[in-house]
Design a protein around this ligand. Structure first.
Ligand code: GTP
Ligand code: MG
Length: 214
């Protein structure tokens, strides 16, 4: 229908405009007492260490290195808050869960921070849980899904690094992930397949974020 196509174009344009703004790093939060007040909508990017959270944020914002990335799992060690020019909402880059090249006590502290934040942030509109398209959902991801289900936090799965596998393999992992999500009430049914490296799926993700916060 032409009408709905126009509406879709308008929403995509508005989403592009939001991401074309000059985004700034706002604050690194090493523990909950440093969280900014919950006074505006926010969305967060979660996922196993090294899945590509920080890279995806840079790709979404068209910035090379606003969020710091690394080959070594465990690069992001705090909840990093980014803010739009117009300061109307936060985007949060999270430390990874699961394996990280860091002492166990540190990893345990990040995991507690991640869980406490995901459970208790009233202004969190949607959590994007990133899954490496090569590896699919792992048991540690399931523990995060369970936590989000229990907290009734809305979450959506984003596959990352799809440039590393062939299109039929992408289709296969999408189908597998959809099936695995069926029992999870709080999960969004639509899965977004992305590559930060090749700029794939970014417009769909921008639109999703836009719709989550407006
Ligand atoms: P932590 O902060 O350690 O939890 O990691 P992260 O999830 O933020 O991952 P990060 O963005 O630092 O990326 C980890 C590695 O994956 C880096 O070497 C990136 O260059 C690489 N990477 C990220 N996204 C992509 C992608 O879409 N394609 C490919 N080929 N590599 C990617
Ligand atoms: Mg990171």
């Amino acid at each position: 229908m032409p009408g709905s196509d126009n509406q879709d174009d308008d929403r995509r344009r508005a989403a592009d405009k939001l991401f074309a703004q000059n985004w700034q790093f706002f604050r690194g939060v090493p523990s909950l007492e440093f969280l900014p007040p919950a006074d505006r909508p926010e969305i967060a990017f979660a996922g196993r260490s090294n899945v590509g959270k920080s890279s995806l944020i840079n790709a979404l914002l068209n910035r090379k290195s606003l969020a710091r990335t690394s080959n070594t799992p465990g690069r992001t060690q705090e909840l990093n808050f980014f803010l739009t020019e117009t300061a109307d909402f936060y985007l949060v880059d999270m430390p990874g869960y699961g394996f990280a090249k860091a002492p166990k006590t540190k990893v345990d502290a990040w995991t507690d921070l991640i869980k406490d934040y995901l459970r208790g942030r009233p202004t969190l509109r949607r959590v994007y849980v990133l899954i490496d398209a090569r590896h699919g959902i792992k048991p540690v991801d399931e523990t995060i899904f369970a936590l989000l289900d229990e907290a009734a936090a809305i979450y959506q799965i984003v596959l990352t690094k799809i440039d590393k596998i062939k299109p039929p393999a992408v289709a296969h992992v999408i189908a597998q992930t959809e099936a695995a999500l069926k029992p999870h009430a709080a999960a969004f049914p639509e899965i977004i397949a992305t590559s930060s490296e090749k700029n794939l799926g970014l417009d769909d993700l921008r639109l999703s974020v836009f719709e989550a916060i407006v």
